[in-house]
Design a protein around this ligand. Structure first.
Ligand code: HEC
Length: 395
């Protein structure tokens, strides 16, 4: 078993030169993941986070700031102690943007870690953008926050009281600041469960325990997340598929305006890895990308999609310019053969006014994309290899 895995892993590394699938990360077994010294054992791996460009935003300024967004590198390491898993994510960011409530177009830096939930059988993995129907995810979201006085105790900093609006001066203000400091909630940490964009609900009943931190230095952010291996939402064992997202507040990043990794495999040291999952996430598809490009043109994909970043924007379907960066080959194959299996969420009526992305039939969303299940296997393999090559360069 070990030998097989090593072979798969080294194949993954060899192939990474061509299309750069992410190699698996080892969650090193330690005595206690909450012991800061345990991180000295961690093995960092570089992963790439691609700008999520599928959906056009209704914000002109933000669209301009992110128009030519590049991919970002992040260093990721994991630990586990049999009870909890801990992740550390480091990425470069020049500015420390905090969640403020003084203006409405101020956005914070942040990070999220997504776990595939309730997956007894791992495949098919949930849609990377917050899950999909029948394929749930759990998302841990952390934003960079200053000290804010948040009177309701529910961590909802949208309703904080801020110093500038209190109308108090001198000693009164000093007293107020002291009170704020004593009550301050310095944390914006939330956990969501969802089966797709609109279904995302915050878990508030304490059944999802986790702890996330973000520390800034001139090199950028260093973020950690600790959560149980097993709770009401996930049962992580063997190989854990994880996806990481980061937001850059200085680029007005929020919601879908972010950089997102593909599903990355984390192998829990000392447990039997899921060889099929590791292989799916670390090996590049076999097809011929150049032939795939021809086939994509011949089959009119670019009639509805902006395919390469240099193509004019087509506002019918989602832009595919980074789809290869954050999608698995299995997902891309499914998108071609069975478009309705996952209907890309977040359809923006304003940006894609010409044609909706789906119709409702019997209460279900049915994709308006052409069904290409008539294509032969080789052509599909080639198109998948081509789609996997679509991604922004690293900044
Ligand atoms: C008639 C217009 C149309 C054509 C032609 C078309 N698509 Fe699509 N495609 C869509 C729409 C609309 C969606 C969004 C709804 C959905 O998820 O099915 C979509 C979604 C996708 C997605 C998922 C994107 C994401 O962000 O996850 C992929 C991948 C994709 N198409 C690939 C292709 C390929 C490859 C071809 C050509 C073989 C193609 N499409 C041809 C309209 C089209």
């Amino acid at each position: 078993m070990k030998k097989l895995l090593t072979t798969i892993l080294s194949l993954g590394v060899a192939a990474s030169a061509a299309l750069a699938a992410e190699p698996a990360i080892t969650a090193v077994k330690v005595a206690n993941v909450n012991d800061a010294a345990a991180w000295s054992k961690a093995k960092f791996q570089t992963i790439t986070l691609y700008p999520q460009t599928a959906i056009e935003f209704n914000d002109k300024k933000a669209n301009e700031l992110t128009a030519n967004a590049k991919a970002k590198k992040a260093e990721v390491a994991a630990l586990h102690d049999g009870k909890n898993i801990a992740l550390m994510v480091k990425w470069a960011d020049k500015t420390r943007d905090l969640q403020q409530c003084t203006s409405s177009d101020n956005y914070s830096d942040g990070f999220a870690v997504q776990f595939a939930g309730a997956t007894k059988k791992a495949q098919p993995l949930p849609y990377i953008g917050m899950g999909s129907n029948g394929r749930p995810v759990v998302v841990h979201l952390q934003k960079a926050t200053p000290k804010v006085y948040e009177p309701n105790g529910n961590k909802n900093v949208a309703y904080q009281i801020n110093r500038q609006q209190t109308g108090v001066f001198g000693k009164e203000l000093a007293d107020f600041d002291a009170k704020v400091a004593s009550l301050a909630n310095t944390d914006y940490e939330k956990v969501f469960v969802g089966e797709g964009f609109r279904t995302l609900t915050e878990i508030k009943d304490g059944s999802a325990k986790s702890n996330a931190t973000m520390t800034f230095s001139p090199a950028g952010w260093n973020a950690t997340l600790v959560r149980p291996l097993k709770d009401a939402y996930v049962n992580l064992n063997g190989t854990v598929p994880v996806s990481v997202a980061v937001w850059d507040g200085s680029k007005m990043g929020r919601n879908g305006l972010k950089n997102l990794s593909a599903w990355v495999a984390i192998n829990l040291e000392g447990q039997k890895a899921n060889a099929a999952m590791v292989s799916e996430l670390t090996t590049d598809p076999k097809g011929d990308a150049a032939k795939g490009k021809e086939a994509a043109m011949m089959n009119g994909c670019n009639g509805c999609h902006q395919v390469e970043a240099t193509d004019p924007k087509s506002f019918m379907g989602p832009a595919l310019t980074n789809v290869g960066g954050y999608s698995t080959a299995a997902y891309l194959r499914e998108s071609i053969l069975n478009p309705s299996a996952v209907v890309v969420p977040g359809y923006n009526r304003n940006a894609h006014a010409n044609t909706p992305w789906y119709n409702i039939e019997n209460g279900k969303r049915v994709s308006t994309m052409t069904d290409y299940s008539f294509l032969d296997k080789e052509t599909v393999d080639n198109i998948v290899a081509y789609l996997k090559s679509l991604k922004a360069e690293v900044e």
